[in-house]
Design a protein around this ligand. Structure first.
Ligand code: SAM
Length: 237
């Protein structure tokens, strides 16, 4: 496996490996890595239709899936959707793969690296739904440039999302929440889907909870659940 820093000068901030994997998990990860991981050659464009055993009805993307609680639940609930999950944290991917194995799921493909590398290699308008759940908030001002929700990354996401596709973002961090809303509101390619002033305080039924959401709740922090719609390209021409 190539090291992150080796690939196109990209840099992921945060941990890649917290503790060594148990023997069984390591063996399972190796097996699933050869079966279901997405590998990238330089300057390659990924043919999404070739990723899955059967052509999926839609392709959904999760950026930073952690240990994969949300990805697994969505993949179980939507067997005709193909899922692409990105997560550079090896213990997280291993946890997700353990779940995938227990559930017998085969509609997930994963990229164990910086999501931005994969996004750059995807063709325009192939993603029907994207999730960024509880991204690292990088609270210090000098670290704001590390935030995954950024002008540049939203530009790429806007290219990847189909017209009227959903982008779902959750966070328990007030300052990052304000930042996310500001970045999305200033971008004409996205509209905030808010039918009721209160609806972003409540997690929709089809939005499974994640480890970080639960952790925040335990520590007394409420979360925000924001859904944005990729505007129609025809309408913005
Ligand atoms: C705070 S955790 C949240 C994990 C999970 N979404 C949850 O809600 O429990 C943020 C995750 O984003 C991952 N991450 C950070 N930078 C990333 C990047 N450039 N591409 C993909 N994932 C990234 C981290 O490894 C980490 O697992």
């Amino acid at each position: 496996m190539k090291d992150l820093e080796d690939i196109q000068g990209s840099r992921v901030y945060g941990r890649r490996l917290a503790k060594p994997l148990k023997k069984t998990s390591a063996a399972r990860l190796e097996k699933y890595f050869s079966l279901y991981s997405i590998s990238l050659e330089q300057n390659e464009t990924i043919d999404v239709s070739q990723l899955f055993d059967h052509e999926p009805k839609e392709v959904w993307l999760e950026i930073g899936f952690g240990k994969g609680e949300h990805l697994i639940e969505q993949a179980k609930a939507n067997p005709d959707v193909g899922f692409i999950g990105c997560e550079p944290f090896v213990n997280g991917v291993s946890g997700m793969v353990d779940h995938m194995d227990r559930e017998g799921l085969s509609n997930i493909r994963f990229f164990m690296n910086d999501a931005r590398l994969l996004m750059d290699a995807l063709p325009d308008g192939v993603i029907s739904r994207a999730f960024i759940l509880f991204p690292d908030p990088w609270p210090k001002k000098r670290h704001h440039k590390r935030r995954i929700v950024s002008v540049g990354n939203l530009k790429v996401l806007s290219r990847l999302l189909k017209d009227n596709a959903e982008l779902r973002i959750g966070t328990d961090h007030h300052d990052y929440c304000r930042w996310i809303l500001a970045r999305l509101m200033e971008n004409p390619d996205f509209n905030w889907k808010s039918d009721h002033p209160d609806d972003w305080h409540n997690r929709p039924d089809d939005w499974p909870s994640t480890r970080y959401e639960k952790k925040a709740l335990k520590q007394g922090r409420k979360s925000s659940y924001m859904t944005f719609i990729r505007t129609s390209r025809k309408a913005t021409k």
